[in-house]
Design a protein around this ligand. Structure first.
Ligand code: PBG
Length: 334
């Protein structure tokens, strides 16, 4: 669009002409949301009885391994290209050393293999961060209240290799440690996993909108302090762009902005500046906010599609959203 759009004066220009009928509106729609744009995040539990609805995310369930397989089949049948696994791990096995993060038999890695068994063509994405296995709920190792960046990166590499070994297609480092993308990329190359992609949570903010997620993975009561020494200050824009530039330079294949809706300006800027495959994560708190209002009767369900369109309009190639199966079903029925 030219900087100063040329518009003939009224009545030559009547912008309402093209809004008159559904056909004209369809013909002039600038953006679309399709099932191909969706990545579906799921929670997989290893705790007996841990499955079921997450109270702060009504309509979203923690799944057993069998439930994860059924979700993968559902995604396949609907044409959702990718599923992203988040582990709900046994609290008694969380340690300061986070050893289970790179255990081939941890629930995340078992879920990858189980899904690949039933839906080999579905892209499987993972989360790389120590928090599901860390006794204090942090994404990195903590010593005397301080996050240990470089030691954490070494652990993340072990975690990534175990996920690649289990068959993950896309690794999603969400930890925000410095230097992790380069370290992961080098290790993957060396280990022969040269085609495993990295979708970096590059512009990840220190956000209150992750609250329900922390309930979902059982990290809520655990987190000592906050994540502000590694996640980005919500006041900052330049810093987010520097994070994206850095991660792409270190070998990220795709980048993410997270949360989504409060950071649409960042989505647009990232897409315009870098032209890389760009994703937004419509996080748990965004889901809870909309779904809560919808269930209370305060908003209509149409806000879901409107929210997803906003990401497409802001330049995102895709969206991680808990609404993925619901939206794919609605799209299939049109
Ligand atoms: C953990 C992680 C978080 C989310 C994805 N990976 C939470 C956090 O950083 O505390 C949040 C996702 C959501 O809220 O839906 N590394």
């Amino acid at each position: 669009m030219p900087a100063t759009p040329i518009i003939a004066p009224f009545p030559a220009t009547r912008l309402r002409r093209l809004r008159r009928t559904p056909a004209l509106r369809a013909l002039t729609a600038e953006r679309h949301v399709s099932t191909e744009n969706l990545i579906w995040p799921i929670f997989v539990t290893e705790i007996p009885g841990g499955e079921g609805e997450i109270p702060s995310m009504p309509g979203v369930e923690r799944l057993t391994l069998d439930g994860a397989k059924r979700a993968a089949e559902r995604a396949m049948n609907l044409g959702i290209p990718a599923i992203c696994i988040f582990p709900h791990s046994d609290p008694d096995l969380k340690t300061e050393g986070c050893e289970r993060a790179w255990d081939p038999e941890n629930i995340g890695n078992r879920a990858i293999r189980a899904i690949k068994e039933v839906a080999p063509d579905l892209a499987v994405m993972t989360d790389i961060a120590l928090d599901p296995y860390n006794i204090n709920g942090h994404d990195g190792f903590v010593r005397d209240g301080v996050i240990l960046n470089d030691e954490t990166v070494e652990a993340l590499v072990r975690m990534a290799l175990a996920q690649a070994e289990a068959g993950a297609d896309i690794l999603g480092p969400s930890d925000m440690m410095d230097g992790r993308i380069g370290a992961l990329r080098r290790a993957l190359e060396q280990a022969g996993h040269k085609d495993v992609a990295i979708l970096s949570y590059a512009a990840k903010y220190a956000s209150g909108f992750y609250g329900p997620f922390r309930d979902a993975v059982g990290a809520s009561g655990r987190l000592v302090g906050d994540k502000k020494t590694y996640q980005i200050n919500p006041a900052n824009r330049d810093e987010a762009l520097r994070c994206v530039a850095r991660d792409l330079a270190e070998g990220a294949d795709m980048v993410m902005v997270k949360p989504g809706m409060p950071y649409l300006d960042i989505c647009r800027e990232v897409k315009d500046q870098f032209g890389a495959p760009t994703y937004a994560y419509q996080v748990s708190g965004e889901y809870a906010m909309m779904e809560g209002a919808i269930r209370a009767g305060w908003l209509k369900r149409e806000v879901v599609m409107e929210s997803l369109l906003s990401f497409r309009r802001a330049g995102c190639d895709g969206i991680l959203t808990y609404y993925a199966p619901q939206v794919a079903e609605a799209l299939a029925q049109r």
